[in-house]
Structure formats: structure tokens, C-alpha cells
Design a protein around this ligand. Structure first.
Ligand code: AGP
Length: 615
């Protein structure tokens, strides 16, 4: 999604802004630009494509200033192009703006501006109207003009503006799009996200909806909707900029895959007291709140939704409350049964996913209690929830989510265990057994990394397959969806996941020797007629007898599967309930190496963005 960076200090704004934009590359973008107030006018330079293109046209040392704004754009209105790139100027380029979000009534405003003021538009974007609105209201006070412009705007926006006549000031506003101000020494920053500023500073102010911010080199002043000054606590961030770097790995995705043991430990240990009991520090749900619940919705998108599928299994098993999992873009339009006995769990790495956020608001308005599982501290989902259960994955840069998923799973277990104990549906003995299983996971994930070479070999061998199916039963089915998404989003191979028992109702028609099936069969806890493992063995035979090649994914000790599969991947032995945390790791690594073999842009796959802040 679009990224915004603004800097105001004494000099070298260009360098700071470009550095910030580089840090925001992970959000996905198709063009980039920068605007600086130079010699009484605003100079805007922008270019379609990678940041390198922009860097070439701003290399000139005379193009620099003490303040400025920059942007990476992810097209929504108007194709990716130089003119549609941000910043946008008003008629005489005395004002420039960068914008993240969508101005819903931009066509109306465009018509009004061209009829009333003869404004001629240069771009096809919705954003350009903001520069012109500020331009027509500007009488020497940028803050005042921004406030007036906002009155005309409908939609979602984070906007930063500069004016040629006030070259030492940035004015910004936010409504339903992320914005954070950064507190420097003799300089200040504003950006869509904390990593954009981490190289220079560690202290931040979150900006809330409908607030405006005025930044000079010495001050950051936040105003609420009524124009009153707001006092905000400083947010101290302990990550350093290196945490967002690759640390020797070829790609962020591989680095983040390898960070999973640490992320799992952190997420787990921060929620355990000295006696090993789950504590929900900072979460205000009382025993009564938990006891009165009669329905739980888990709502999320993409990978986070897949974490919800596993969450449903574990919560229903331990808490004995019906759980529905829904993709946020469906939930928000289906008028679900929600009341004050409903718990709504939003899962989101970024905490800025528009569909998830809107679903949350919908559920909140109907009286549900909102608990979110979020990675980005201070994000919109976190701020609008009653309670937040943070994942401690650290910044996730690769578009393909890996460590966010496994830490989301850990949160699902902890929430289920806590609620199960509170409602008396989980015995202390089962609680302790499960906790032991969870604590053993980081070490077991490390063991899986020893199979990386084999997974790279399998990736090389099967990289040319045009169709890859992922099948599984029970909790394995949820992981199959995630494995399939991982593969398709970075390798661009057509891939499809299905509950293995569903195969015979249609999809089996596609099985032939050209197809590869990845069969997850980790659920071997139950023996006998109901054993999911035995059912999976039958499913594997069903597809191999039609010529499909099979890679089976099983626990150590299930070597028999070698007789019916082309290849077998093993994960360490563990309880069935926690197997999803382990079984997803080989699938992530396989997807990574397939994409690498095919020479794809692994960290920034085509058409995708890290944080999807549009509907
Ligand atoms: C997964 O690899 C994708 N990046 C995507 O499905 C992602 O999980 C989804 O867009 C939700 O994002 P969120 O967790 O930030 O809400």
C-alpha cells in the first residue's frame, strides 16, 4: 500500500525521506516521488517503478531542502505512471501533498473545482483534489487550509502537505489510514509506519483518526477534530533498524522463516507467569465476560484467516463454544448474528487491513467484545479493539507472511487455554500437557530447518509443475490452505487447497500424471476407524492411482507412508493439536525455494501489497 514519509529539520531532507521510503518498500508500490520547498517554490520529482528510478532523477545535489515529503504509491485510481505518482501539486505548485487511502467523493470535488475555480487536473488520481482544495483555501496558514479541505473530503486518508510559503512546516491529517509522528532532536518525522523512521529515531506519537499534526523542526503539535491541542504519550520502540534488515539472508522471507523459533518463544513466554499459567496481561476481559460468551467469530484475511481456521479447531476443542471463521470481506456484508454475548477476534499482522478493520467496527457497533491478535503495535486494529493480544513476531517485511502466521497460531492456543481454564472446560492436566507441547515448539522448528536442503531439492525437482494441490484433514486442512497460498503468491504456480475428504466430490476429476499433490497427514493421535491419518492414506492412494505425484508431510515415525508416496517430508513428533505450527514450516520453505528456482521477486511478489488498506 502507499507509504508516506515527511521530514522537517535543518538540512538533508532528501536523504532522510528516501531512506524512509526504502524502509516502506515492503508495503508494495508502483511509483515513488518526493517534493521539497526550494527557493520559494515547491519542486516535485516522481517516477513510475522502483525507487531506483526516482533516485536517478533526484541525484542532483541542488535538489535538497530542510523539509519535504515523499511517497510510494500503490495504484487504486489511475494506472501506475509518472503523472499519477505522488506528490501532487496544486495549480501553481505552491502546495504539495502525499496521500494514502481513497477520497470517495473525488469526482464530485473535481467537478466543483474545475467549474468554480477553473482547476485543470494533471493526473487521474483521487488524491490530486486534496492539493487543489488546500490550494484554494490557503491564505498563508497551511494548518487552517488543511482543516478546511478535510471538511470537503469523504473517505480514508493520511495526508501530508507542505507549502512553499511555509518551508519549515509539514501539516498532516489522518482518517482511517495509518500515520505516526517521529520525535527527533532538532528534527521531526511523519510516516505511515514506524520502520520508515527507525534508522534515525526511537520515539513516536501515534496519530488518531481525525487528528491533524503540525510539525516543525522543534515541535510536533497534535490537534483533535475540534482544533484543540492533544497531549499524547510518547511511544518508545525497542527494535532497531537492523531488525528490519536481511541480516545476511538472501531474502526477508527466508530470514523471517528462520526467525520463527524466536517469535514463537517470545509470543509464548510473554504470556506465562512464574507458575506456567497463561496470563492475559493488559487484557481486561473478566471471568464474567468470558463465561457469558455464547459465540465467537474469528475474522481476518489471507494468511491471518488461515490462522483463524486453526484457531477455530483449538478454541472449540478447549472452550466448547461455537466458533465461526470468516474472511473479513464477506463478514462485513453478511449481517452476522452478533450481540453482547459475542466475542469477535480480529487477526491481522499489519493491523491496517481495511476489510478486517471495517468488520471489527461492524461487530463493535452490534455490541460484540473485540479482541484482536495483531503484530504492529499501535496499529488501527489494535487501537480500536477492547483488548489486544500482540504477537511478538517483530517487523515482518516480506509480503508473504510467515512468522506472523506461526505467532498468530500461538496466540490462538493461549487464548483457548486461558478461556478453557476460566470456563472450566480444560483440565489443569490437559492445560499443562498442552503448555509443554507449546514450549517444545521452538526447538522442533529448529530441527525442521535441518531439512532445508531436502526441501530445496524437492523445489528444484517440482518447480515446473503447473498445478499443485494441497490436501489435509482436520487441522491439517487449515494448514493446507496456508501452504497453497504461500506457494501461489510467490511462485505464481496455480495451486489449490481442499479438505481431503472433499476431493471425491469434484476435484478428483483433475488428478492425472501432470499434477503434484502435497498431502498433509500429521493427525495420527487417534487410532482405529476414526483415525484421520488412515483416512489420509486412503486419499493419497486415491490420487496416486490416478497418476498424480505425491509429497506426503507426516510426523517422524510414520515411515509407512513412503510406500504410497513419491516423497515424504517429516516433522518432529508432537501432539496433533500443535502440529500446524510445525507442518507449515516445510511448506513455507518449499514455496520459498520454488520461487527462487523460478527467479521470482520473492519479497515483493507482483500485484501484492504487504498491508491492504483499501477494500
Ligand atoms: C499472506 O502471505 C499475505 N501477505 C496476505 O494474505 C495477508 O496475510 C493478508 O493480506 C492479511 O494481512 P494482515 O495480517 O496484515 O491483516
Amino acid at each position: 500500500m502507499c507509504g508516506i514519509v515527511g521530514f522537517v529539520g535543518e538540512e538533508h531532507a532528501k536523504e532522510r525521506i528516501v531512506e524512509g521510503l526504502k524502509r516502506l518498500e515492503y508495503r508494495g508500490y508502483d511509483s515513488a516521488g518526493i517534493a521539497l520547498p526550494i527557493d520559494g517554490r515547491i519542486e516535485i520529482r516522481k517516477h513510475v517503478g522502483e525507487l531506483e528510478n526516482l533516485e536517478k532523477i533526484i541525484a542532483d545535489p541542488t535538489f535538497d531542502a530542510a523539509a519535504g515529503i515523499g511517497h510510494t504509491r500503490w495504484a487504486t485510481h489511475g494506472a501506475p505512471s509518472d503523472v499519477n505518482a505522488h506528490p501532487h501539486g496544486n495549480q501553481d505548485n505552491s502546495i504539495a501533498i502525499v496521500h494514502n487511502g481513497i477520497i470517495e467523493n473525488y469526482q464530485e470535488i473535481r467537478e466543483w473545482l474545475s467549474t468554480e475555480y477553473g482547476v485543470r487536473f494533471k493526473s487521474d488520481t483521487d488524491s490530486e483534489v486534496i492539493a487543489h482544495l488546500i490550494g484554494i483555501y490557503y491564505d498563508g496558514d497551511l494548518h487552517k487550509a488543511m482543516n478546511k479541505a478535510v471538511e470537503d473530503m469523504k473517505g480514508a486518508y493520511a495526508v501530508c502537505a507542505i507549502a512553499a510559503a511555509e518551508p519549515d512546516k509539514i501539516v498532516a491529517v489522518r482518517k482511517d489510514a495509518p500515520l505516526v509522528a517521529g520525535l527527533g532532536n532538532g528534527c521531526n518525522f511523519i510516516a505511515s509506519d514506524i520502520p520508515a523512521m527507525l534508522k534515525y529515531i526511537k520515539e513516536f506519537y501515534t496519530i488518531e483518526n481525525n487528528e491533524t499534526v503540525v510539525l516543525t523542526k522543534d515541535d510536533i503539535t497534535i490537534y483533535n477534530e475540534k482544533g484543540e491541542k492533544v497531549k499524547r504519550d510518547v511511544l518508545h520502540v525497542s527494535w532497531d533498524a537492523d531488525a528490519a534488515e536481511k541480516e545476511g539472508y538472501e531474502h526477508f522471507m527466508l530470514k523471517e522463516i528462520h526467525e520463527q523459533p524466536k517469535g514463537i518463544s517470545e509470543t509464548l513466554l510473554r504470556r506465562l507467569d512464574a507458575n506456567g499459567n497463561v496470563v492475559l496481561d493488559g487484557i481486561s476481559m473478566s471471568k464474567e465476560d468470558i463465561e457469558k460468551l455464547d459465540r465467537i467469530y474469528i475474522v481476518a484475511c489471507g494468511t491471518a484467516y488461515h490462522a483463524g481456521l486453526v484457531g477455530k479447531s483449538i478454541i472449540e476443542k478447549l472452550v466448547k463454544v461455537p466458533v465461526e471463521v470468516d474472511v473479513a470481506s464477506e463478514f462485513r456484508y453478511r449481517d452476522p448474528f452478533v450481540d453482547d454475548r459475542t466475542l469477535f477476534i480480529a487477526i491481522s499482522q499489519s493491523g491496517e487491513t481495511q476489510d478486517t478493520l471495517q468488520s471489527l467496527r461492524e461487530a463493535k457497533a452490534k455490541g460484540a467484545r473485540i479482541l484482536s491478535v495483531v503484530n504492529v503495535v499501535g496499529s488501527s486494529v489494535a487501537r480500536e479493539s477492547d483488548d489486544v493480544f500482540y504477537t511478538w513476531a517483530g517487523p515482518e517485511i516480506a509480503v508473504a507472511s510467515t512468522k506472523a502466521y506461526t505467532t498468530q497460531l500461538i496466540c490462538m492456543y493461549l487464548i483457548a487455554m486461558y478461556m478453557g481454564r476460566t470456563r472450566g472446560t480444560l483440565s489443569q492436566e490437559d492445560h499443562d500437557r498442552l503448555l509443554g507441547e507449546l514450549k517444545a515448539l521452538p526447538e522442533k522448528v529448529e530441527q525442521i530447518f535441518q531439512s532445508e536442503e531436502k526441501l530445496a531439492y524437492l523445489a528444484k525437482k517440482y518447480q515446473y509443475k503447473e498445478h499443485i494441490f494441497f490436501i489435509g484433514r482436520g487441522m491439517d486442512a487449515g494448514v493446507a490452505y496456508e501452504g497453497s497460498l504461500k506457494l501461489k503468491e510467490i511462485s505464481y504456480i496455480h495451486s489449490f487447497a481442499i479438505a481431503a475428504g472433499e476431493l471425491k466430490h469434484g476435484t478428483i476429476a483433475l488428478m492425472d500424471p501432470t499434477v503434484l499433490v502435497i498431502a498433509l497427514a500429521t493427525q495420527d493421535g487417534k487410532i482405529g476407524e476414526d483415525s484421520l491419518y488412515d483416512k489420509m492414506v486412503s486419499n493419497i492412494v486415491e490420487v496416486t492411482s490416478r497418476g498424480a505425484r505425491v509429497i506426503a508431510l507426516v510426523k517422524d515415525g510414520m515411515e509407512k507412508v513412503e510406500q504410497i508416496s513419491d516423497e515424504v517430508i517429516y516433522i518432529p513428533r508432537c501432539a496433533d493439536e500443535v502440529a500446524p505450527v510445525l507442518s507449515v514450516i516445510p511448506l513455507q520453505i518449499f514455496a520459498y525455494y520454488v520461487a527462487k528456482e523460478r527467479g521470482e521477486n520473492i519479497d515483493k511478489p507482483r500485484n501484492l501489497a504487504k498491508s491492504v488498506t483499501v477494500e
